[in-house]
Design a protein around this ligand. Structure first.
Ligand SMILES: [Zn+2]
Ligand SMILES: [Zn+2]
Length: 368
């Protein structure tokens, strides 16, 4: 099939302004570059903040957002025969891909942690005219980008969670494992049950944890989290103050507090309060914090409990692959596809962002 001359895209031309529908010329493809037709592009909480310039990074506009994309291969260069696992690929196959890491910097070469690549080229954050964002009809997947084919028995709705929230949590659980992980019989508290929190719950549910306590202020999200494996749900809005809530949660964990607390809410007060939920030798895994603002904590709460604090950021193709395999193996058990609570046409991207900000949609997705 001929490569299209232009692609429709919803472009962030200026921060804090609505996205604009533009026809972007399809850039000339380099050797090894693929062109994909966007099948499903989900809207991330990060996009909601990016559009308003509320993130710690400030990439120059115009930008085509969308880093959680399932794309159908439209143009496949002769040099590309398989995905990163060695599975053969052909035109029409659905794939997902990580950011492009240079493979030569200290993080890539010495740390073997490409997530921290010093010269990564991202999808969903770059110049609109490079056509590397999911809020579009087509997207360029640059040569050298790690990608994985989505198995035929996994729908795009089921798969798309692995593109961001899922891979982030799989990476974070690898970090947690290096510090002892979640052990059978443990009490686990997950604060914030958006997509990241849901993946934390569903992975915790596989560990033999005795209690997986979901905390949020949205009754809908809390109810949904039960279907992903939460044993107890707590609406934080039901308590008169923090002390009452902390006591209630600690009591649920046998009065000793939680062996593992996973912060997925992004809230600074919640981040600080979670230190009070930890049991002695508890582990505190932080995945949800994106703010650059400060918050006051008492460091002695960490020291006195001999607690372990673990941060984790994003994920590389290992984590996409593992998350996708996890979803494939457990799709009969958990409603992965329902993470997409509402679908919008590409042209309705502004509405999708608004609904995400208002908390109406758990995860919105754009379809072509
Ligand atoms: Zn995301
Ligand atoms: Zn690198």
């Amino acid at each position: 099939m001929d490569i299209p001359k232009t692609s429709k895209a919803m472009v962030l031309t200026e921060f804090k302004k609505p996205l604009e529908l533009l026809d972007i010329p399809v850039p000339e493809l380099g050797p090894g570059d693929m062109l994909v037709k966007v099948d499903l592009a989900s809207v991330c909480g990060t996009d909601v903040h990016l559009a308003r310039d509320e993130l710690s990074m400030h990439p120059p506009t115009p930008i085509i957002m969308g880093h959680e994309t399932v794309g159908e291969i439209f143009h496949l260069p002769d040099s590309v025969k398989t995905d990163i696992t060695g599975a053969p690929v052909k035109v029409g196959d659905r794939i997902m891909w990580s950011h492009l890491f240079d493979g030569t910097c200290y993080s890539c070469k010495v740390l073997h942690e490409p997530v921290m690549c010093e010269r990564s080229r991202g999808y969903g954050f770059s110049n609109a005219y490079e056509l590397r964002g999911g809020y579009a009809e087509y997207e360029v997947v640059l040569s050298g980008t790690d990608f994985v084919r989505i198995p035929d028995d996994v729908t795009s709705e089921e798969a798309v969670g692995a593109c961001c929230a899922g891979r982030t949590v799989v990476n974070a659980f690898d970090g947690l494992s290096r510090c002892g992980g979640i052990r059978p019989g443990d009490s686990v508290v997950v604060t914030g049950v958006g997509p990241v929190g849901l993946f934390a719950i569903v992975l915790a549910a596989q560990t033999g944890a005795a209690k997986i306590i979901a905390v949020d202020i949205s009754p809908t999200r809390l109810e949904f989290s039960k279907r992903w494996g939460a044993t107890d749900i707590i609406n934080a809005a039901d308590f008169k103050d923090s002390a009452e809530k902390v006591k209630y949660i600690r009591d649920l964990c046998g009065g000793r507090g939680a062996d593992v607390v996973i912060e997925c809410s992004g809230s600074l007060p919640v981040f600080a309060e979670n230190l009070d939920l930890l049991a002695y030798y508890g582990k505190y895994l932080i995945i949800g914090q994106t703010s650059e603002q400060a918050v006051q904590i008492v460091p002695n709460k960490i020291q006195r409990k001999s607690a372990v604090v673990i941060g984790s950021h994003s994920g590389d193709i290992r984590h996409y692959i593992k998350c996708l395999k996890f979803v494939q193996a457990n799709k009969g058990k958990y409603p992965f596809g329902e993470i997409i609570s509402k679908k919008y046409k590409l042209e309705e991207a502004n509405q999708a962002l608004e609904d995400m900000r208002a908390g109406i949609a758990l995860k919105a997705a754009l379809v072509n």
